[in-house]
Design a protein around this ligand. Structure first.
Ligand code: DNO
Length: 344
């Protein structure tokens, strides 16, 4: 595996230099966060990003993410031109030599939590998802700004979108995903870019919206939609691990021989009740996912792709983007590296 770290670009308060101080850190995961969904990514901007990372002594290995426009997920007529723009961006990635693209196909919301700073007994904070708190959300009123990935919705936009999804059930969403992949994967394959869909987080329906990438069998179904080495997955231990029915090491071992795991997100979660969990520190003994066995599974399948610590807690009074501070992710990186050396 190639130890990697997510960097939010020049706006990120965490400098590339600091990231480089983490032993063994080689790969950077980044994106052009200012470009709206549906717009072609200029090649020069990708070149600039790549060069900046290389001059800091690391490599740009993954784009996370090029967002998929809602009209593509909804299967609306305008999707064709939006997919064309997506294909151009993928082609530009290939031209510039960026090998992996992480994206998701979650309607409206990316990852979702009910509390971005749940206080722990030791004074740290972490991300929390509680079904009971979900039931108290009123989406029809005010502005929803909770998601930690940068989106804020006003209730009008949100209601329109939620209404549009009333006619899209899970099977329709699978069809729309298939339509998208049939057009983008051949371009990715020709451009030497590996597409890596991210599982839905949490891996179940929220606010009545369909969610389909929720389990090992869903990942299998996904890679069979278009049978190409360029159609793969981001294996996220924390997203899948929030559902007790997902045995993450087994999912890795089942998908591994197919060579479709192109990117690994490593994070631990502590399941606290039915459809409820909070994000724990990375070590196996502190969460519900056996991270040692996860790393052993990656070693067993000979995983050679980028692997990054995922969300961390906020510790040592750090302030920053929820889940994406420096300190706990750096601890996570070192834990994962240590376990990796041990299992190997
Ligand atoms: C959460 C991330 C996700 C991921 C997207 C990929 O922290 O893992 O937001 O970047 O789902 O499109």
């Amino acid at each position: 595996m190639i130890l990697s770290f997510r960097w939010y670009g020049p706006e990120d308060p965490i400098s590339l230099n600091y990231i480089r101080h983490i032993p063994h850190m080689r790969g950077i995961v980044s994106a052009l966060h200012d470009i709206p969904a549906g717009t072609e990514w200029p090649k020069e901007r990708l070149i600039e990003l790549k060069e900046r990372i290389e001059s800091a002594g690391m490599e740009l290995l993954v784009i996370e993410s090029i967002p998929v426009h809602e009209s593509i997920k909804l299967g609306l007529p305008e999707r064709d031109s939006l997919i064309e723009a997506y294909c151009k961006s993928v082609q530009h990635m290939g031209d510039v030599g960026i090998p992996v693209l992480c994206y998701n196909f979650m309607p409206v919301f990316d990852w979702f939590r009910t509390d971005l700073a749940m206080k722990q007994a030791d004074g740290t904070t972490c991300l929390n998802f509680e079904q009971e708190a979900m039931n108290r959300f009123d989406l029809s009123a005010g502005t929803l700004s909770l998601p930690g990935w940068g989106a804020a919705f006003n209730s009008n936009e949100l209601n329109k979108l939620l209404h549009a999804y009333e006619s899209v059930d899970e099977e329709a969403l699978w069809d729309n995903l298939g339509y998208f992949l049939e057009r983008v994967v051949p371009v990715a394959e020709a451009s030497n870019v590996k597409m890596a869909i991210h599982p839905d987080d949490p891996p179940w329906s929220i606010f009545g919206l369909p969610r389909i990438i929720t389990s090992g069998s869903a990942l299998e179904r996904h890679i069979n939609l278009v049978d190409s080495p360029a159609n793969g997955v981001t294996l996220c231990s924390g997203s899948l691990g929030a559902a007790p029915s997902n045995d993450v090491p087994s999912v890795i071992r089942a998908l591994g021989p197919k060579k479709r795991i192109h990117f690994a997100h490593c994070r631990n979660v502590k399941i606290s009740g039915p459809q409820s969990f909070h994000e724990s520190p990375h070590p196996a003994s502190l969460g519900s996912v056996d991270m040692v066995d996860v790393m052993r599974a990656y070693a067993d399948i000979g995983f050679e792709g980028p692997l990054r610590p995922d969300h961390g807690r906020m510790i040592w009074d750090e302030e920053g983007r929820p889940g994406y501070g420096l300190f706990d992710r750096a601890l996570g990186a070192m834990y994962l590296q240590g376990v990796w050396e041990g299992v190997r």
